[in-house]
Design a protein around this ligand. Structure first.
Ligand SMILES: C[S@@+](CC[C@H](N)C(=O)[O-])C[C@H]1O[C@@H](n2cnc3c(N)ncnc32)[C@H](O)[C@@H]1O
Length: 198
């Protein structure tokens, strides 16, 4: 069974010791010292890790998850996080999740939430050498499979007129839809960053 935990485990540890704004996902969404943290619409919430990290760093984050099982696990984990005073304080009410398919609701949500960043981290096919995947990610993969329509979601995200669209990709994959203005390289993944000025 997929049970997520924002209080202890990896995320609790990362919140307490995990590098703050220096974390790759924080840099990718444009979190900077002295600037107001951006409002982020996470189109692919999954295990909620990126959403949690960004919210605990000051971003208002709304996460969408289309799998009912995963969405229920996210809401349950968030409810439990709110009963732990230090985690609740760190989140400051800035994190929320919704069971929805971003492909269906994105334009409507962009209009109502007015996010500064759209974040897309779909389920890519497993890498040949990725046997040591953590338990939660293995359960998530069993639940949702591969997001074969992910490029459609990136295309839709790029059409929304939001200033910044961030797409997490396997390090060596070809960029989707068009070349991004920036790429932030990690060991096995990278962030493609598309910028628009309105
Ligand atoms: C790789 S996981 C995301 C991991 C997440 N960034 C984290 O930090 O835990 C991708 C998730 O996006 C969800 N997803 C994919 N396409 C979606 C869509 N169009 N709308 C909502 N959720 C979607 C999948 O069901 C899956 O749970």
């Amino acid at each position: 069974m997929l049970q997520l935990d924002f209080v202890d485990g990896t995320l609790g540890w990362r919140r307490r010791h995990g590098g703050g704004r220096g974390q790759a996902v924080a840099k990718a969404v444009g979190l900077r010292a002295g600037a107001k943290p951006p409002k982020v619409l996470d189109c692919t919430a999954g295990l909620g890790r990126d959403a949690f990290i960004l919210a605990s760093l000051g971003c208002v984050v709304h996460g969408l998850e289309r799998s009912p099982v995963v969405a229920a696990a996210l809401k349950d984990a968030l409810q439990r996080a709110h009963t732990d005073s230090t985690t609740a304080e760190a989140l400051g009410g800035r994190l929320s999740f919704q069971h929805a398919d971003a492909l269906l609701v994105l334009p409507e949500l962009v209009a109502s939430i007015e996010p500064e960043v759209l974040y897309v981290d779909p389920m890519h096919p497993p890498r040949p050498k990725s046997a040591l995947v953590k338990k939660e990610m293995r359960l998530l993969r069993e639940e949702v499979g591969v997001d074969v329509d992910a490029e459609d979601l990136v295309r839709l995200a790029l059409e929304q007129g939001v200033n910044r669209v961030v797409v997490k990709m396997p390090r060596r994959a070809k960029a989707w839809v068009r070349e991004p203005q920036h790429q932030m390289m990690g060991r096995s993944t990278r962030f493609d960053i598309f910028l628009f000025s309105n």
